[in-house]
Write a protein that binds this ligand. Sequence first.
Ligand code: PEP
Ligand code: MG
Length: 774
Amino acid sequence: MSIQWLDEIRAVDLPTVGGKAASLGELTGAGLPVPPGFVVTADTYRRFIDDAEISEPLFATLDVDPTDTDGLARAAAHARELVSETPLPESVREEIITAYRSLADGEELFVAVRSSATAEDLPDASFAGQHETFLNVTEQTLLDRIQDCWASMFAERAVHYRNEQGFDHATVDIAVVVQGMVDADKSGVLFTRHPSSGDREMIVEAAWGLGEAVVSGTVSPDHYVIDPQTATVTASTIADKKQRMVKDPATGETTLEPVPDADRNARVITDAELEQLVELGRRAEDHYGEPQDVEWAIVQGDVFMLQSRPITTITGGETEGRADHNTDEDQADQVERTNKADQTSRPVDELLVRGVSASPGTATGAVRIVRKLDHLDQVTDGDVLVSEMTMPDMVPAMKRAAAIVTDEGGMTSHASIVSREMGVPAVVGTQNATEVLQNGQLVTVDGEMGIVRQGSSDADHTPTEPDPFEAVRPQTPVKPMTATEVKVNLSIPEAAERAAATGADGVGLLRIEHMVISLGKTPEQYIADHGEDAYISELVAGIRAVAEEFYPRPVRARTLDAPTDEFRELEGGADEPHEHNPMLGYRGIRRSLDKPEPFLCELRAFSRLFEMGYDNVELMLPLVNDSEDIERAKAHMETVGIDPTKARWGVMIETPASALLIEELAATEIDFVSFGTNDLTQYTLAVDRNNEHVVDRFDELHPGVLSLIGSTIESCRELGVDTSICGQAASKPAMVQFLVEQGISSISANIDAVRDVQHEVKRVEQKLLLDSVR
Ligand code: PEP
Ligand code: MG
């Protein structure tokens, strides 16, 4: 048997179904309202890796120095590849699909697919957020998502976490819960005791929409403190809930959307619902005999329990010598008292920000502001990690940090849970820490009181090292929020970290020419010497490094476009044709269609990346003239198994023909176009971009060029095709102004220009808004 139904499972089944499923089974058995489902057992995973004979290489791969971040990342990626690329046995496939169909009862049922590791939720380790969960999954993708859950055992953060907690990788197994989706109107978390103080009070955090947003720390939830005896609210904070997570009815995908104005600052749960939650919490705690951390959801007034697990952070049951309640008012008093006391003994330390106490303890350190997916390597030992929100990916950096402070998120976000477990003081949901605090500033974080003060108690103002990232980091504390996306261009994967540090909304152009040229051989020569697979692997590694750094921000990688003169110096370059003007010659899609062998390898690299789960990678074709170019390339994409209706792909607009024929191009079902103004200018004005004699005639703002761009944007807006620019002109304020006014979807600039472009875009957008109301 590969599966087991939830109502057959009890706590004793933990070794085969994992902590999450064992708990769901118990709760189902206790008559609590748990959505029905089944579990793909941990034995199924173990049989899969054993029968496919990948267990040995899998665990051997992970035998690297745990402090070598890069080595660990490579090992983890290889392990994930092993798990997700090995085919699932037919008998297992059949059993899972049969169970799904029985659960769905003839309908198309959306299910949640959740990892349930066998060492999960043990009293001293919550494993919170270490493994994948997928929402709104249907029959078509169910098996892939289950394998993705298995592969998530080897996500970098999960490997790191097991190393830290002293788990042997080879002894932790993973089961997967498949459970009917609860289309929540509101959801959140309930602690049956205060999770950091252990006080006898219930804490409820609640937000609109699906619960993932609360658990992942994407939104700041309402926060209620409840007296369990009377089921009354003793303190509450109603958050400004800007976003909610919902299911897109068309695609079934989970997306974030703005909360309607009327609901943003409204209280999420009614008194009646609170009463039901308190009752459920009580029953869960009674059933287990210890304090619980419960995930819940409400659909049209009905309360469901999605999960319940012991609170792993309370030591010694009852608190010793602590105030019974720690309401907001008490906290304010305490802050005032602390400040007064400070005045008598030493200079007043300014109160900088306040938030929710997520993990107790006090620590002093230098502020290190980290944008959400920046490389967290910047956080060094003893820094105070300050970020917009908490995410499980932050775990390795959190370990080095002296304390954690976030703008968003509640005490129930995964990182809050993990920070408590690691004993790192944390203050979350401050709303503005990333604005108020400055990099390098010495602060003291009081996790107990949920406050951050200026300076240190011992006045030890340790100077901080100059940071190379400061050169590219936006100087305003928060990057300007713009409706037009501002992305970054990239050629060298090694620069991905710096590029990501700009706060760009993704990569608008990843040129692969540098990766290929750095091989020292023409693609044809490289393939002849080392084989197709080696060439594909090089491309996968280069693109993946960027996709990983930016994930989930999109990375638009372009197929090869280098003129023959750039290949000439390389080994194999002697075979390149001699051209009168290489710029007008054998390059881009022309070469790719004429010599499909290397092109097919490039496409296979994309296909492999998609299979590996890099759904943020987009494919872009250079130098197309018409729909025939595109259709021929599309046929090649299909040959290697890329489904053009599923992948996001598009073309460069670099020739006047492509701009003039935009309707015809759009009919090929491209998702986006991107203006390559370097080429579009040279071909519109007949000015060789590499010819110094006509350099003064190379003008991207020429009315002829602008006219082609303007009309293409207008058509694309009507046709629902996204527009972007990735040529050098994107860094020019006049071009930015023109493009934003025309309604371009995104602008992609060089690393050093991103900051200025963000500000310029914001300025133009604000002006447009003002003009519209004047
Ligand atoms: C362009 O043509 O503007 C462009 C971005 O492509 P490349 O510079 O690589 O030709
Ligand atoms: Mg170009």
